[in-house]
Design a protein around this ligand. Structure first.
Ligand code: FAD
Length: 441
């Protein structure tokens, strides 16, 4: 049986490898000359920068991605961050400016900075959640906890974590999703950095896809998904019609839906006709309209001196203007930068209404870098803005809506079809796992 995968991002390649292993004949079509989407390395000035990700696997060696890669026989190495994270706190709680002194603490010591009442409240809420007494749903996380705890330090740390991990504020994520995320941190553990960066995983997946006879065609854009009698019959790729029994979209729900040609009717008009005629299509279209991408900004720099302690690759920065956190990736793999250089990738959430003032956002991020490391010799390598069709997340975490489309053999994987509580590529892996269940059933 023939499967066509649109897009060679992590979700597309994981699915292609698994389908190949299951005996499908698989073709992957990628519109760019580069394979890997937002999870590939870009070499610049001797450093391994990236097309998106900060070379980080959110749940490290025990997480869903590492587990699936091992099942596929991939060769890769992840170095766990130990401690999981350092949090930079101002020396004086009354003075939020790092310039006037700061202290780097392990995330485990954060509790020590809270009042006894708030410490107790946090223990009770966590315990209540663990034993199932607390099941909050759609309220924003911050709105929910603010009913029980009011503390500026917690607010800032919650925003810093959400900004760094999800490119949202703590209130743009539902309480349910945030609890699922915490649950996964307990279950699988914290983050690690890939030795060799994102590219190692992509190279291994390319090897595994071809091992099972799959083909990856670059510079081949899919311009149409042909739907006949309610089923995906194939695609137009690189101008040619290709038949398939199964079509996988790694380009998101919206993007796939826009290129569907249904019984000869194309694009918006096709979906509009269907939306009017069937409640299933109408419901799908309504959900698509609600899906919002999250944007972000990445600043990469090198320094002559190491910034974080040995073994730790992650710092959360709750008291900056914009930067939410940073990964010092050379603490895990010194080969990601030239000898003697330390490579740092900073991430900041960007509110969608600030994209029109992106130069100001970049300057605020650069000011943060200067304030965080005033006495370091820092060389800014690259600033990247991620939004629109190359976002941080195709859907705000917690608003993904599964793999199914109204076309039974058109399945969506990747970002925008992440599994519950799955941070970024871990969510993509959980989503691929769910997609495979649908396909195999
Ligand atoms: P994508 O990477 O979006 O790939 C889709 C592919 O489809 C692309 O290559 C595109 O060119 C191709 N395509 C599009 N349209 C067509 C078409 N019509 N025909 C053919 N091909 C097409 N995640 C982490 O886990 N850890 C991190 O450290 C991390 N940091 C991040 C930092 C930033 C700044 C960003 C932007 C993202 C980060 N992420 C991180 C998220 C992670 O990079 C993405 O979730 C993941 O790479 C998305 O994979 P995907 O499968 O959805 O596909």
């Amino acid at each position: 049986k023939k499967a066509i995968v649109i897009g060679s991002g992590l979700g597309g390649l994981l699915t292609a490898a698994q389908l190949g292993k299951d005996g499908w004949s698989v073709d992957v079509y990628e519109r760019l000359s580069l394979i890997g989407g937002r999870f590939a390395n870009i070499e610049y000035d001797g450093c391994q920068l990236s097309t998106g990700a900060l070379h980080m696997v959110p749940h490290g060696v025990k997480g869903p991605l590492a587990t699936m890669l091992r099942e596929l026989g991939a060769d890769f190495e992840i170095v766990q961050s130990d401690p999981m994270a350092i949090v930079r706190m101002p020396k004086n709680p009354e003075d939020a400016d790092y310039k006037n002194g700061y202290e780097d603490i392990s995330y485990l010591d954060f509790k020590k900075h809270l009042t006894s009442k708030n410490k107790l409240m946090m223990v009770l809420l966590t315990f209540g959640f663990k034993i199932g007494l607390i099941r909050p749903k759609k309220t924003g996380f911050k709105t929910w906890y603010s009913e029980y705890i009011q503390d500026d330090r917690i607010d800032r740390c919650a925003d810093s974590f959400a900004g760094w991990a999800l490119s949202t504020t703590a209130d743009e994520v539902t309480t349910r999703e945030m609890f699922e995320i915490f649950h996964n941190v307990y279950r699988y553990g914290g983050p690690g950095i890939l030795v060799g960066g994102c590219q190692t995983v992509i190279d291994e997946l390319v090897r595994i896809v071809s091992l099972y006879g799959g083909k990856i065609c670059t510079e081949t854009e899919v311009t149409k998904i042909i739907v006949k009698d309610g089923k995906a019959a194939g695609v137009i790729a690189g101008g040619k019609e290709m038949a398939a029994d199964l079509v996988i979209s790694d380009i998101g729900h919206k993007e796939a839906w826009e290129i569907c040609e249904i019984d000869g009717v194309e694009g918006e008009s096709a979906s509009h006709v269907l939306a009017l005629s069937s409640p299933v299509f109408k419901e799908y279209e309504d959900k698509l309209a609600e899906m919002k991408p999250s944007a972000g900004l990445k600043i990469c720099f090198v320094s002559d001196e190491q910034i974080l302690p040995d073994g730790c690759s992650l710092m959360l920065t709750p008291y900056t203007r914009r930067i939410n956190g940073l990964n010092e990736v050379t603490n895990a793999d010194s080969g990601l930068a030239p000898p003697g250089k330390h490579l740092v990738m900073c991430h900041q959430r960007t509110a969608l209404d600030r994209l029109s003032a992106i130069d100001e956002e970049i300057e605020l991020g650069l000011e943060d870098v200067r304030d965080l490391f005033p006495d370091r010799n820092i060389d800014i390598l690259m600033v990247q803005v991620h939004h629109g069709r190359w976002p941080v997340n195709r859907a705000f975490s917690g608003t993904d809506f599964g793999n199914k489309t109204p076309i039974s053999n058109l399945i969506v994987v990747g970002d925008g079809a992440k599994g519950e509580g799955g941070i970024e590529i871990e969510g993509i892996t959980l989503g691929v796992r769910d997609a495979l269940k649908i396909i195999r059933s």
